[in-house]
Design a protein around this ligand. Structure first.
Ligand code: UDX
Length: 440
């Protein structure tokens, strides 16, 4: 097999990362998207969102001419493998919206109808079990040279390129062995040291993706439920509880960080889609709904702490450090900061915010309803409460002095558990999952 030429359809966070890393690995790559403005930006070497290493890889690949961008789907004809990475957002009731996928698949079938050489379509977009089998494959059934496989991704924002270069597993879903072999051969060219590859049927591959994300979401809602109890118990700290249970290899230490709840473009959307999907197969299931409800409730926990500190009032100023749904990202989709700020605005509080990267995206939502501060001291100035919502490195090293020097009253709420409580014992310090500190 010669080195296949790659097309990536849908240049969102997953698609763009995938396209750029393919080009960096010397695969001729075409990135396709209907958004002309996006294409223009990418052609001039400017990714439209932040992701570590992405800009660097993009510009290197533009220089070597291994990557091209186009808004014309017909470009797939120049390639051998098409990865579909279009968005599968939530509809109003939380179900999955497959309209982008459907459109791409139908258009691809028209374009690839007479292709002489074999073309492999790889469904990477997150889709519910049976979608590829029942919705994608049938469209190409009568087209001799087109094959369809499923290949879910497990990329984390802020770490996407590393995750792509060193995946913990590659899952290939196939309806016949030959199709999966083609993708496996491509991966053998892509990786110098090939990761473990699991070959399953189409629907199992899709089920693996949902199970993976649902389990991660469950772990977070679980530890947040524990945190909310710890918060009431004298001298108890959820971080110590999480550390201890994480040492049990049956549990594992990852994804046990209590905080303001999970956000982002994946976990909330996927758990909602799974709830809707599960209704068809298991009407008695309660777990996924509970995971979602615990997550939504976690924002109220933070508001409750503000209330307990007597700061929930229209004449008070509050400073929020961190708006992105997680550190190393400028993404505010489903970020808890949005829900909290909406509540505080309703209450009439004066809100000052700071984030190293996500302020532009936040401003698109809240406009001039809040105050955007370029520096941390600016944000803290004359405020009566500081709420930390994202675990940025620059917040981890903050010392008590910066709060006491700038704030009107040093009330601090660490919703990310990034500060050492004992350093802040002289200030009015509260944190998620941290019980009242008293002498035993
Ligand atoms: C997630 C999955 O990890 C990834 O495999 C999938 O492909 C896409 O969805 P991502 O949304 O980028 O990735 O972020 P992730 O690191 O999983 O964090 C999701 C949310 O959970 C963030 O808001 C994060 O702050 C929160 N989180 C994570 C916790 O509150 N506690 C934890 O212990 C871990």
């Amino acid at each position: 097999m010669n080195k296949p030429k790659i097309s990536v359809i849908g240049l969102g966070f997953v698609g763009l990362t995938l396209a750029v890393v393919n080009a960096k690995e010397n695969f001729e790559t075409i990135g396709i998207d209907i958004d002309k403005e996006k294409i223009e930006k990418l052609r001039s070497g400017k990714p439209y969102f932040y992701e570590p290493k992405l800009k660097n890889y993009l510009n290197k690949s533009l220089k070597t001419k291994k990557i091209h961008f186009s808004d014309d789907l017909n470009q797939v004809l120049k390639t051998d493998i098409s990865f579909i990475t279009v968005g599968t957002p939530s509809t109003a009731n939380g179900a999955i919206d497959l309209s982008y996928l459907k459109k791409v698949v139908v258009n691809l079938s028209k374009i690839l109808k007479n292709k002489k050489s074999t073309h492999l379509i790889v469904v990477k977009s997150t889709v519910l079990p049976t979608t590829t089998l029942q919705m994608v494959s049938p469209v190409f059934k009568k087209i001799k040279n087109v094959r369809v496989v499923s290949n879910p991704e497990f990329l984390r924002e802020g770490n996407a390129i590393n995750d792509l270069e060193k995946p913990h597993l590659i899952v290939i879903g196939e309806s016949n062995r030959k199709d999966g072999d083609t993708l496996e051969k491509y991966y053998k060219m892509f990786y110098k040291k090939i990761p473990e590859i699991l070959r399953v049927d189409l629907t199992s591959a899709e089920m693996i993706k949902y199970t993976n994300n649902a389990f991660l979401a469950t772990k977070i809602s679980f530890i947040n439920s524990i945190a909310n109890i710890c918060q009431k118990l004298p001298n108890v700290d959820v971080n110590k509880i999480a550390y201890a249970i994480g040492k049990d290899s049956r549990i594992g230490s990852e994804f046990l960080k209590a905080g303001p709840g999970f956000g982002g473009s994946c976990l909330p959307k996927d758990i909602s889609a799974l709830i809707e999907f599960t209704k068809k197969y298991d009407k008695t299931n309660k777990l996924f709904k509970a995971v979602k409800e615990v997550n939504i409730y976690q924002a109220s926990q933070i508001l409750q702490i503000i209330k307990e500190m007597n700061l929930f009032a229209s004449n008070k100023t509050i400073s929020i450090l961190g708006l992105a749904f997680k550190a190393n990202s400028d993404d505010v989709r489903e970020a808890v900061s949005i829900r909290i700020v909406k509540h505080l605005i309703k209450k009439g509080m004066k809100i000052k915010v700071h984030d190293p990267m996500a302020m532009n995206n936040f401003q698109k939502i809240f406009g001039d309803k809040i105050i955007y501060c370029k520096t941390i001291p600016d944000c803290l100035k004359n405020s009566e409460c500081c709420l930390i919502l994202t675990e940025w490195n620059e917040y981890k090293n903050l010392k008590p002095l910066i709060f006491s020097k700038n704030m009107h009253k040093s009330n601090i709420i660490d919703a990310r558990r990034i500060l050492e409580p004992s350093d802040f014992s002289k200030l009015n310090f509260r944190a998620i999952g941290l019980g009242p500190q008293s002498v035993n």
